[in-house]
Design a protein around this ligand. Structure first.
Ligand SMILES: [Zn+2]
Length: 128
């Protein structure tokens, strides 16, 4: 698990900037590119709830916007003690760029770290 210690650390950084006035549930994410770059993101809520963007997608969109599309791992860190699995929308977005990505789940207060493969969480993604 120490292999992803730095990625978890990178996901904790944007957690501080998460904008979650409605749920109070803050999330940070950091995606690792094949070339070793790290891009992070936080969840950004909106008064019109459906417009809310999760940290995982914010991190991926940040990376893609910077010209990176090949990812090997993503760390997702939640505030509090419990880990949270990515939602279906985020899993689908991850499948677009990295069908075999490793997903590392951690929390800011808890010690538990869970690692999954995208294919375990989304065995049948939508594709054209
Ligand atoms: Zn999501």
């Amino acid at each position: 698990m120490s292999e992803y210690k730095n990625l978890i650390k990178a996901a904790k950084e944007p957690l501080k900037r998460a904008y979650a006035p409605y749920s109070g549930f803050k999330v940070g994410a950091a995606v690792l590119t094949k070339t070793g770059r790290v891009f992070a993101g936080c969840n950004i809520e909106n008064a019109s709830y459906g417009l809310t963007v999760c940290a995982e997608r914010a991190a991926v969109f940040n990376a893609v916007s910077a010209g990176h599309r090949n990812f090997t791992a993503i760390a997702v860190v939640t505030s509090g003690k419990s880990i949270a699995f990515p939602c279906g929308a985020c899993l689908q977005v991850l499948s677009e760029f990295a069908p075999d990505i490793k997903i590392i789940l951690a929390s800011s207060a808890g010690r538990k770290v869970v690692t999954k493969r995208l294919k375990e969480l989304l065995p049948t993604p939508f594709s054209l």
